[in-house]
Design a protein around this ligand. Structure first.
Ligand SMILES: O=C1O[C@H](COP(=O)(O)O)[C@@H](O)[C@H](O)[C@H]1O
Length: 564
């Protein structure tokens, strides 16, 4: 039975659901979990059919959220399916538009099964840190599917950075049977450690990457990934070389894997069909405890990316623009930034700029507004973010956003929904929640464009003032809070520069810009500027370790450039 409700509310949906159960004598008892399917406007026929099948094994309430935050009009439509149309569960499809999408947690709370676990599933695009997502944080288990991304390896790296216990990915469930076969094969006597491991398959396929990582971690041997047959997608073979012979597994067809063991090269055929979406989902719903083995394999896969300097290395070298004085520095920077934003808008219809506070940053923002107006840039097309903020009251003169509200935001007439100040103490949130919330706003705006992957950029221009100690944003030299690299924005305590509590973009986020514009003026900045030019060293000199994907330019006056 299917009922639709247009322009409705969550409580009206809940009431109708209860009525339908009564009308059609459908029992609610026995539902073991709430499955949240979170998506944009893409076609969900396949995930829904997998969920309906899985509900026969795990009777559940399925809440499907299709969100369109950019929709011109706000609204909520619902379709409720119970009985035959919903497998062994009940399905509520919610189409959420505009502002309604900004409070998804409040929206779904009345619709959750009381006292039952929640599993969140993103069948397509997923947040960088599912565990910190507004819906993901309500769930015990969070399921993503990196294979669905345009850039699966990048997505897996993002998931690794944002990993929280309870996360899993269907690329991992796709290789469960392979792992079982390999685990039993390596136990075959005589027990001998493999000397080499080769994983064959699509080279950037997440299942292939996870298999290689798992084997490396478990066996302590480096795993080589080699391309498999072009017609095969995903994992096609695994070979472990032991002193007594080879353990070789190769997918022969969609239905079977051929296995050879040391001393037995007789091509044993094992019936293991390629796993369907339903089977993978069902396996994940079977276990509600965290899958630590997945966490280990994921984290081992990209161990090297923890080093903050890797975010900056390999990008174009910085250049310097030296002007006579501070005034001329902000003139030059504002003109260059306006041009970058204008061309981003011409290319993509929208530009993301990150503003900064500080002695040069604040006047630069005012001049940028004038440059953009003179160029006739549509203020509707600019999204404004901040690189850092002081965690004080919203109306405190210490706030970086307040310093440019009149000169930039109001002067240009940028609509409120395009302006993203970092939360203040007036928000009611504590410092950690406020930082996490801001990071989440960015992750949601970035969609599949990662803040956690080298080689991709979200911001068009990132403006950064450079402090006399070499700090940028609120990443201070030798300050432990700079070590937070799994989040997009993080809390800073005990800042060496007052006020002590701040929010900052993290290393991966500041290194997610096309163009980086560093600003410094005055003799007191000369030493920091010289140190930052000596080589990438995030810990000792943060301003040395930020690079744009396309350009990094230091706007300096003669005094600050005197040590170069
Ligand atoms: O505390 C901060 O300092 C930097 C640099 O400021 P400056 O006055 O030395 O130019 C600034 O860019 C940052 O946004 C701010 O919070």
């Amino acid at each position: 039975m299917i009922t639709t409700l247009t322009d409705t509310t969550a409580s009206a949906v809940d009431r109708r659901l209860i009525e339908m159960r009564e009308e059609f004598a459908v029992a609610a008892q026995g539902r073991v979990l709430t499955l949240l399917i979170v998506a944009g406007t893409e076609d969900l026929a396949e995930p829904l059919s997998a969920a309906v099948q899985a509900s026969r094994e795990h009777p559940c309430r399925v809440l499907v959220l299709q969100t369109e935050p950019e929709a011109a009009a706000d609204g909520l439509d619902a379709e409720i399916r119970v009985g035959r149309d919903a497998g062994a569960g009940e399905i509520v499809l919610l189409s959420v538009r505009g502002q309604v999408a900004s409070s998804l947690d409040t929206l779904i709370t009345p619709l959750l099964l009381p006292d039952a676990p929640i599993v969140a599933w993103w069948p397509g695009a997923a947040p960088s840190s599912p565990g910190q997502d507004v819906l993901g944080s309500m769930a015990q288990r969070r399921i993503t599917d990196a294979r669905q991304s345009d850039s699966p390896e990048s997505m897996l790296k993002r998931l690794r950075r944002g990993y929280r216990s309870g996360d899993t990915d269907l690329s991992w469930s796709r290789i469960t049977h392979w792992r079982g076969l390999i685990a039993s094969a390596v136990e075959i006597p005589p027990l001998a450690a493999p000397t080499s491991v080769t994983v064959e398959g699509t080279v950037d396929d997440p299942s292939v990457l996870l298999m290689a990582s798992w084997l490396e971690k478990e066996l302590g041997v480096e795993a080589q990934i080699v391309p498999g047959p072009a017609e095969e997608i995903g994992l096609s073979g695994v070979t472990l070389v032991r002193p007594d012979g080879e353990i070789a597994l190769r997918r022969e067809s969609g239905d079977s894997i051929v296995m050879n063991l040391p001393g037995d090269a007789s091509d044993q055929h094992v019936t293991i069909p390629r796993r369907s979406l339903f089977e993978c989902l069902s396996e994940e719903l079977r276990r509600l405890d965290p899958d630590e083995v997945y966490g280990d394999a994921l984290c081992h896969a990209f161990t090297g990316i923890d080093d903050a300097s890797t975010f900056a290395s390999g990008k174009p070298e910085p250049t310097d623009v030296v002007s006579a004085d501070k005034d001329a520095v902000s003139d030059a920077a504002a003109a260059a930034v306006a041009e970058h934003l204008r061309s981003a808008i011409a290319e993509r219809g929208l530009a993301h700029v990150v503003l900064t506070g500080g002695t040069v940053g604040i006047p630069t923002a005012g001049k940028l507004a004038r440059e953009l107006s003179a160029a006739g840039v549509d203020p509707e097309r600019i999204e404004v973010w901040w690189g850092d903020e002081r965690f004080v009251a919203a109306d405190s003169p210490e706030r970086n956003d307040l310093a440019v509200r009149a000169s930039f935001v109001e002067a240009l007439g940028i609509p409120a929904h395009r302006v993203h100040p970092m939360p203040s103490t007036s928000s009611g949130m504590g410092l950690d929640d406020a930082a996490a919330w801001y990071g989440q706003q960015l992750d949601m705006a970035g969609g599949d464009v990662p803040f956690h992957t080298r080689g991709r950029a979200f911001f068009d221009v990132l403006l950064l003032g450079v402090g006399p100690d070499g700090h940028i944003a609120s990443l201070f030299p030798e300050h432990p809070d700079q070590k937070e690299t799994t989040l997009t924005a993080s809390a800073v305590r005990d800042s060496p520069k007052p006020p002590p509590e701040r929010i900052t973009l993290t290393w991966p986020a500041v290194n997610s810009a096309r163009h980086v514009v560093l600003l410094a003026a005055g003799a007191e900045k000369a030493e920091a500027v010289a140190r930052a030019h000596a080589g990438i060293d995030p810990w000792a000199c943060p301003s040395s370790a930020v690079r744009g994907l396309e350009s990094t330019t230091w706007y300096l006056d003669e005094d600050s450039a005197s040590g170069l």
